[in-house]
Design a protein around this ligand. Structure first.
Ligand SMILES: Cc1cc2nc3c(=O)[nH]c(=O)nc-3n(C[C@H](O)[C@H](O)[C@H](O)COP(=O)(O)O)c2cc1C
Length: 213
């Protein structure tokens, strides 16, 4: 089993989502000791925004028809999409930024949204090609929006695009209200911790032990 642990918060030690993805990944590992973990830091290794040279894969041009720059961009897109496809579980750190996600995370999605790899169109409409995996969205928010707010273009966007890729097992670990005073923050982090424990209830205790070690 492969677990892909992704962070996208630009904050380092002060990041709530980084703390929570670490806990979620540790707990998953405690429940599945043979899991192979790969880590992707979308801030340290931010994929560049799509541009002319990075759209070669969409044009279906054979490698020999591409410039060196285009081949380099394609190699990065290929690395990211194959890493995503190979994962059985993805723990995805996703802070809310301006009601959406950090642009580094959007840039990653732009790299892995590839026709023929994560989705395809058929005569009946779109079909996801990346099913069979679990994605744990670790959502952090300064405010509080609950499950269904018109302001939410973060969780709702991620659920939509992952669903488009064929992912049906999407779990939310949410810490919200983090900017709403000490009590609000503590409440938000406790709710997220409960959601982490519910991911693999049988291993919650071992996961805590692993964190303390
Ligand atoms: C640039 C920026 C934009 C933000 N936009 C929002 C927002 O639209 N709504 C919200 O509830 N919180 C917003 N926040 C607060 C973050 O969601 C909150 O600080 C959260 O903890 C970020 O996750 P992190 O601690 O892992 O970085 C924003 C924070 C930053 C730095």
């Amino acid at each position: 089993m492969k677990l892909l642990h992704i962070d996208s918060s630009p904050l380092a030690a002060n990041s709530a989502s980084r703390e929570l993805t670490r806990r979620a990944a540790a707990q998953w590992q405690a429940a599945h000791p043979n899991v192979e973990v790969e880590y992707l830091d979308l801030v340290a290794d931010a994929p560049s925004h799509l541009a002319h040279d990075s759209l070669g894969f969409r044009l279906g041009i054979a490698a020999e028809g591409l410039t060196d720059a285009q081949q380099g961009e394609n190699a990065l897109s290929e690395k990211l999409v194959s890493q995503f496809l190979a994962a059985d579980v993805v723990v995805l750190g996703a802070p809310m930024y301006n009601f959406s996600v950090p642009s580094q995370l959007k840039a990653w999605i732009d790299r892995i949204a590839q026709a023929g790899r994560t989705f395809r169109y058929t005569e009946k409409g779109p079909q996801g090609l990346a099913g069979g995996k679990t994605v744990v969205i670790v959502s952090t928010r300064g405010g509080a929006y609950g499950d269904a707010s018109v302001m939410d273009h973060q969780e709702s966007y991620l659920k939509a695009v992952l669903g488009f890729f064929g992912v049906t097992d999407i779990r939310i670990v949410r810490a919200e209200g983090l900017a709403m005073g000490d009590a609000g923050k503590a409440q938000g982090m406790e709710a997220a911790q409960r959601a982490i424990q519910a991911l693999t209830p049988e291993a919650a205790n071992e996961g805590q032990a692993a964190l303390r070690a």
